[in-house]
Design a protein around this ligand. Structure first.
Ligand code: ADP
Ligand code: MG
Length: 691
């Protein structure tokens, strides 16, 4: 029998009645299998002796002899003190509200003791302790590790432990393995039955570790079976498709009209996409390329191919600002080729939205661009064949699912300037193919980055003034819109006033931030792009994607407040034309704002690196793995014991094993083989991973 088939009700466990059953139900446990999978949240290590004198380093766990009783306090407050000693020294057990211990802890006898000690009133005292008589070798709750469970109000730790022991005795022995035996052996795992027993009652830390590894591996193995099955299905078919899907005629016409030719990386990405699109299975491809590597154009070329085949394409951008910019470029580049692009705003009230939705449903729009509003409930597509998701790798599997459901298995193209962390590449994106654009369009000069202390800001402003005089444009970015309460940070609003009145009175300037209406933002961006506005004061709304090649200066004030990926994205707003560009990271380091070591490191990384892949790695290193963007989403996967970041090594093993197993036996992918079939039959949440 497999563990998850133990559907018996909890009262089949000896000693569990109605009351306990409902206590367990409150913990979310309703069946025997659920109970056995109610893993401890921690374990107390009582397998090793910690003598009394070691109390500062760990909880004391030792054999003691009772040497005397004495009492303090009066009446109801009268409290027993039991003096004990072990080989290392003496201590006192203060038995608050436990006068009955007088008759249980007898002078001269030996006991096992577990307790936390501290110095009080000149003696070494403990008031939280467990104690039991020494009988034979090990005590009932000593000489082993003790599981610590999440409890509810009416459930005592001892009761839960007792029930768990009983359940294991009744059910654990005949449990069968689901992971194939050769993998259990290769990875040094426990058989299931032993793993489940040990996770609750390990006899040593080493044994516990192996039980954990077993259960983590098992969980990740199932997950990878699902992901890998999906990947193999697509790969199996890729052999059938034509090796060179030619550039289509509309694509060729766009390329001919461009004033430049594609980079090598762009060409390869385009070929990958064309091949995928001609293949019999839906594309699932991730394009990775640093900021400015020209991903948008690739998306447009993909949309052209779809339109040529009579389908519709949708491009989703992370912000309305960026969506609008994409839409304007699409209109400029694609309309002359006969394509019908449209911009769908999230603003429900905007005039024309109803007409637009109608045209979309009728198939009179070929290429629609917007934010996630593209996939709201009221949006219908006549024939959605391609979905492009720009710069949103935080986008979870579930959202991807919702989007793809708007069409009939449309192709999916994701574009990201941020390298996907390995753990997500193996799971959430584990079924996707990847194209990497490593080169930049020719003629780009790397942005020169300077660090400047806030008190030296005048030098920065002087430099920018010269650039403005030479006809260039500049961004000034601040972490806040309005000044914070104690006014210790410069904010966009007040600085916009200062910059325009005192510092650059001779140049036109505008302010842009998230609180402005979309219309105000649109006008501002348009004026900046046209060069009517020479200085744009902003918050991080300009972080992603904005493309104004004539802007050569990026001044980020309070740069210490921004994360590395934001800084890299912001800096990516300049260096997009043929002129030399500059980025100034102005940081504060005074009594109001002390520069932290971490912030100092971030600034250094920015000064010394321009390669986004290196910056992303440094970002992970400085933030620590738990903070990786997108990991929250892995919550969607519904893991119970594995942790995608902590268990990355096991994840890689599980993936390799799942791949080898399914590849060695292609029939397995389709067949009803036990392991695969059972994994796939599992109820959600695992079902979600199959995009
Ligand atoms: P990102 O990859 O950051 O999304 P964009 O698509 O915004 O980059 O492209 C940045 C700029 O580079 C745009 O102005 C685009 O027109 C231009 N560009 C794209 N491809 C090339 C190329 N092969 N040669 C020259 N310029 C290019
Ligand atoms: Mg982009």
């Amino acid at each position: 029998m497999f563990l998850r088939e133990l559907n018996a009700s909890l009262d089949h466990i000896k000693g569990v009645g109605t009351e306990l059953r409902s206590a367990f139900t409150r913990l979310g446990v309703t069946s025997v299998s659920g109970f056995l999978c109610y893993y401890p949240r921690d374990w107390e290590d009582r397998s090793r002796i910690v003598p009394i004198t070691e109390f500062q380093h760990a909880t004391v766990c030792t054999q003691v002899r009772v040497i005397a009783h004495d009492w303090f306090g009066f009446g109801a407050m009268r409290t027993l003190k039991v003096h004990v000693e072990d080989a290392s020294g003496q201590g006192v057990l203060v038995c608050f509200k436990r006068p009955f211990l007088q008759n249980q802890l007898l002078v001269g006898k030996q006991y096992w003791l577990w307790g936390t000690f501290s110095y009080k009133y000149g003696e070494l005292q403990s008031s939280t302790f467990e104690i039991e008589p020494v009988q034979g070798e090990a005590g009932k709750n000593f000489g082993c590790l003790i599981p610590v469970y999440r409890l509810s109000a009416k459930l005592r730790a001892g009761t839960l432990r007792r029930c768990m022991k009983q359940a294991l005795d009744q059910y654990a022995k005949p449990l069968e393995d689901e992971v194939p035996a050769y993998l259990i052996e290769r990875r040094g795992l426990f058989p299931k039955s032993q793993a489940i027993r040990t996770i609750h009652f390990p006899t040593s830390l080493e044994e516990l570790e192996r039980a954990k590894q077993t259960l983590v591996y098992e969980e990740l193995f199932y997950l990878e079976i699902v992901v890998v099955k999906r990947a193999i299905e697509r790969r199996q078919t890729s052999g059938r498709q034509s090796p060179d899907a030619p550039i289509s005629s509309l694509q060729r016409r766009l390329l001919e009209r461009l004033p430049f030719s594609l980079t090598q990386g762009q060409l390869v990405a385009l070929a990958d996409i064309n091949r995928d699109m001609d293949g019999p299975y839906p594309m699932a491809r991730l394009i990775q390329g640093d900021v400015g590597s020209g991903k948008t154009l690739i998306a447009f070329l993909a949309a052209l191919r779809v339109a040529e085949m009579g389908g519709q394409a949708a491009l989703m951008a992370p912000t309305e600002l960026l969506a609008r910019q994409h839409a304007e470029n699409a209109a400029r580049l694609l309309e002359p080729l006969g394509l019908r692009p449209a911009f769908l705003t999230g603003n429900i009230k905007s005039s024309g939205r109803a007409q637009l939705l109608k045209n979309l449903a009728l198939g009179q729009i070929d290429f629609v661009i917007g934010t996630h509003a593209l996939f709201s409930r009221d949006v219908y597509y006549r024939n959605l064949r391609l979905v492009v998701i720009d710069e949103q790798h935080r986008f979870g599997v579930l959202q991807r699912q919702a989007i793809v459901e708007k069409g009939e298995q449309p192709d999916l193209l994701m574009m990201s300037a941020t390298p996907i962390p390995r753990t997500l590449a193996l799971t959430v994106f584990g079924d996707m193919d990847v194209s990497i654009i490593r080169d930049m369009p020719p003629g780009r000069k790397p942005v020169i980055t300077h660090l400047a202390l806030q008190s030296n800001e005048t030098n920065v402003y002087d430099f920018v003034r010269k650039q403005l005089a030479a006809g260039r444009q500049a961004y000034f970015v601040y972490p806040l819109i309005e000044a914070d309460e104690n006014k210790s940070l410069k904010a966009a609003e007040s600085m916009a006033t200062r910059l325009s009145e005192e510092i650059f009175p001779e140049y036109d300037m505008s302010l842009i931030h998230s609180k402005l209406s979309e219309e105000e933002k649109r006008i501002t961006m348009e004026n900046f792009r046209k060069g009517v506005i020479r200085v744009l004061v902003a918050t991080s709304v300009v972080e992603v994607g904005v493309d104004v090649p004539n802007a050569t200066c990026m001044v980020i004030e309070h740069a210490e407040r921004f994360g590395l990926s934001a800084l890299h994205q912001l800096r990516g707003r300049v260096g997009r034309g043929s002129e030399q560009s500059y980025c100034f990271l102005v940081y504060a380091d005074d009594e109001n704002n002390r520069l932290s070591d971490n912030a100092r490191e971030r600034l250094k990384v920015m000064k010394n690196n321009t390669d986004g892949f290196i910056i992303a790695e440094e970002d992970l290193r400085l933030r620590g793995p738990g903070q990786i963007a997108g990991i929250e989403q892995s919550g969607n996967i519904g893991l119970s014991i594995a942790d995608l970041v902590r268990d990355i090594n096991i994840l890689e093993h599980a993936r390799a094993d799942a791949f080898a197993m399914l590849e060695a036996d292609p029939e397995l992918v389709q067949s009803e083989h036990q392991c695969v079939a059972q994994v796939l039959k599992r109820a959600p949440p695992f079902a979600n991973i199959t995009l």
